[in-house]
Design a protein around this ligand. Structure first.
Ligand code: SF4
Ligand code: SF4
Length: 295
């Protein structure tokens, strides 16, 4: 992706954003956020949040204290560690106390590490100030539609302030809050990447409009990911036989969205507890038992 110089400076050692850094720096996801406030038709809540992860993996949930111990253990073993992120297994901001406490403690224990957060964006407007205060530099928001009629086919319900809202009413609320959150973060200097899951026949032709809308609000990078709709994962889309995009459709779509802003194509959709260089997963070496035993 061709990023502006101002952005390139800031992503130099984030393995996900810069293809060069990809080979030299490592990232760690700490799975401290089990709950979710949204329903996505491509999700199976037994597994990690499908907004950022490959489906079919269930991460073990850590407490904030365990997450810090794990971060320090990984940093001691993998000197290239540069980024610690929260990407599930549910939504980071649907578990704000756990997620923010984790970031606070990591900030204190390992101030050199960059912090990264991934969210569906529903709760984002409330936490922009905290995110900025904590020095979280990278936020990923999953935006699959900017039209409520399309959004409702992907997200049939949202829960906000203990109220469940369904259909287009819920989808409209989600979209409004996502776009507001993206703009507020970008204004405060946080680098915002947007993920979109491409679903043929539903939001596929609409994604260039999503790219335009989020670029206008200040997002700097778009990650267009294919729906992985294996019936074995027990998701709604899997059950109704919804297919994912073909390789050719995905390439065409990335090109169409790329006219609005840079599109990334090397995201591996890694799991909520991924450890190591991209494409490498050393999660098993740093399981809760092993980290506790070494402490
Ligand atoms: Fe990077 Fe994608 Fe993994 Fe996030 S999910 S750490 S953006 S490869
Ligand atoms: Fe599942 Fe993530 Fe959607 Fe929540 S936001 S329903 S965890 S895919």
């Amino acid at each position: 992706a061709h990023l502006p110089e101002r952005v390139r400076e800031k992503v130099r050692d984030h393995p996900c954003y810069s293809e060069r850094a990809h080979h030299h720096f490592a990232r760690l996801h700490v799975a401290v956020a089990p709950g979710c406030n949204l329903r996505c038709n491509y999700c199976n809540r037994k597994y990690d949040c499908a907004n950022e992860s490959r489906p079919g993996v269930a991460s073990e949930v850590l407490s904030p204290a365990e997450a810090v111990r794990k971060t320090l253990a990984v940093a001691a073993e993998i000197p290239q560690l540069s980024v610690v992120g929260i990407a599930g297994p549910g939504d980071a901001l649907a578990n704000p106390r756990r997620s923010l406490e984790t970031f606070e403690r990591i900030r204190e224990a390992a101030p050199d590490l960059h912090l990264c957060l991934s969210t569906n964006g529903l709760a984002l407007p409330e936490y922009v100030d905290r995110i900025v205060e904590l020095g979280v530099e990278h936020v990923t928001v999953t935006v699959n539609a900017v039209d409520p009629a399309i959004g409702a086919q992907i997200h049939p319900a949202v829960v906000l302030e203990r109220r469940r809202r369904r259909g287009e009413e819920g989808a409209a609320l989600l979209i409004e809050r996502q776009l507001h959150g993206v703009a507020a973060l970008a204004e405060r200097g946080v680098l915002v990447k947007v993920n979109s899951v491409a679903i043929p026949g539903i939001n596929h032709r609409h994604l260039p409009a999503v790219a335009q809308a989020v670029r206008r609000r200040g997002a700097f990078l778009h990650n267009v990911m294919p729906l992985i709709a294996d019936p074995a994962y027990g998701t709604y889309f899997g059950r109704i036989g919804q297919r994912g995009p073909t390789e050719a459709e995905l390439l065409g779509l990335r090109a169409a969205c790329g006219s609005a802003m840079p599109v990334m194509s090397h995201c591996q959709q890694c799991r909520a507890d991924a450890v190591g260089l991209l494409g490498e997963d050393r999660g098993a070496e740093f399981s809760r038992e092993r980290v506790a035993a070494a402490a």
